[in-house]
Every structure is written in C-alpha cells, then in structure tokens.
Design a protein around this ligand. Structure first.
Ligand SMILES: [Zn+2]
Length: 75
C-alpha cells in the first residue's frame, strides 16, 4: 500500500538565500584593474577560488567608443 506522498504539510521550508558552497568572487576589470562586481560562484569540488577577470561597463563603453572612432577613420 504505497500511496502518493503528498507533502503538503512540509511547507516549513527554511528560506536559505545563501548556500555554504556559494562564494562571492570579485570580478576584476582587466583594463582598469578595479573590482567592478561580485559574482556568486557555485564552488563545488574544484577549489578554483580567486578573482575572475572581465571588463567593467565603463571600460566596455570606452572600448566601444574607440571602436567607433576607428570605424569612422576607416571611412
Ligand atoms: Zn574597467
């Protein structure tokens, strides 16, 4: 007699916003070297912690401006 297990009573879930294996890793802009955001990474078995590299929105905007300038020069 194995009926359906309706777990309607198990609504006592503990709200967990953060998991112990989730780490905030600073993302450093590889252009201006400043930390522009923190990204949460799921750190599982691999111990790859440290900093991540990217390009901050400011530098990205600069880059796009430069690109536009180059494009204009070409014409
Ligand atoms: Zn930057």
């Amino acid at each position: 007699m194995s009926g359906e297990h309706d777990d309607q009573d198990s609504t006592q879930k503990i709200p967990r916003m953060e998991f112990p294996e989730k780490k905030l890793i600073p993302v450093v802009c590889s252009w201006c070297k400043k930390i522009y955001k923190l990204s949460s990474w799921q750190v599982s078995q691999s111990k790859r912690t440290g900093v991540s590299h990217g390009v901050c929105p400011e530098c990205l905007a600069k880059f796009e401006m430069e690109q536009q300038k180059i494009e204009q020069k070409k014409k």
